[in-house]
Write a protein that binds this ligand. Sequence first.
Ligand SMILES: CN1CCN(c2ccc(C(=O)Nc3n[nH]c4c3C=[N+](C(=O)[C@H](O)c3ccccc3)C4)cc2)CC1
Length: 318
Amino acid sequence: NPNYEIAGSFADLRQIPRHCVTLIKALGQGAFGEVYEGHLSNLPGEPMTLSIAVKTLPDIATPQSQSDFEMEALIMSKFNHENIVRFIGVCFEKMPRLIVLELLAGGDLKTFLRESRPRWLGQGTVPPTPTLRMIDLVEMALDVAKGCNYLEENHFIHRDIAARNCLLTTKDSGRVVKIADFGMARDIYRADYYRKGGKAMLPVKWMPPEAFLDGIFTSKTDVWSYGVLLWEIFSMGYMPYPGRNNQEVMQLVTAGGRLEAPNGCPLQIYQLMTQCWSTLADERPHFSTIVERLGYCIQDPELSTAPLPQLMHKNSSS
Ligand SMILES: CN1CCN(c2ccc(C(=O)Nc3n[nH]c4c3C=[N+](C(=O)[C@H](O)c3ccccc3)C4)cc2)CC1
């Protein structure tokens, strides 16, 4: 499994002195402990104070989750790409242990999409905030595709590409989307996601048949998941296969069923999604092809200037 090529030990991780890190406020509940916004200052040779994100491991963590935590840091420290969250360093000298990462202040992609739906204000949809345009959606899709292409080039299988695992630098225009969670790849690396609750925990709605039937994972697995992420983006943050549970989705997909085109989705985007969902893994495009095709979409004036369809219902739960 190519992911085992992650060599190096934890000693290689950049250690940051604890006094350089100041926690400001909680950003959200991580899988381990809290994720905080913070400041990094007084680093030798670095006069500036940096805004950072800090993942903490609670003192009461088990030895297993301590090594999970270290493994996640080791994985992220290997990457160097503008569409993957930057690893800055670790503070393992005392509890709580900290992983210091680039701050992405816009929050996660799924929440952003749902918040960006034109709002329903009685007699019609009047967007109080400038709503997104089609080109914004294509640019966000292209950001994630570039990050995925980097992972594919480096023979790294992510295993959990989904809008919930991507973060934005800002909600405003000029936003950049980055892949920011490597928890699934880490669990598999430690070969113990069964410890984590096994099948019930698997992101079935983002997985191809060979993955949920036979446990086969390759970069073509990530391509299938990326197709579902594309569907998430162009549906403005819907849960895929609305109204169906994991079991029903597995039956539907193995029988050849696929997600339908989101309302108003450009044809060439939906065609790209369906190619990502080819039953035969080898028929799914490489991420380099996906990057190229989305690049053309951005150049297409027809598509990129199209307004988003006014979703004619409230911000429903789906
Ligand atoms: C009004 N809104 C409310 C929400 N708000 C936020 C909400 C969450 C965040 C946030 O978690 N930012 C992060 N920056 N860097 C990392 C982050 C998380 N990381 C992690 O590693 C986390 O584990 C992670 C990874 C992927 C997705 C979620 C969480 C690394 C920022 C703004 C903006 C303003």
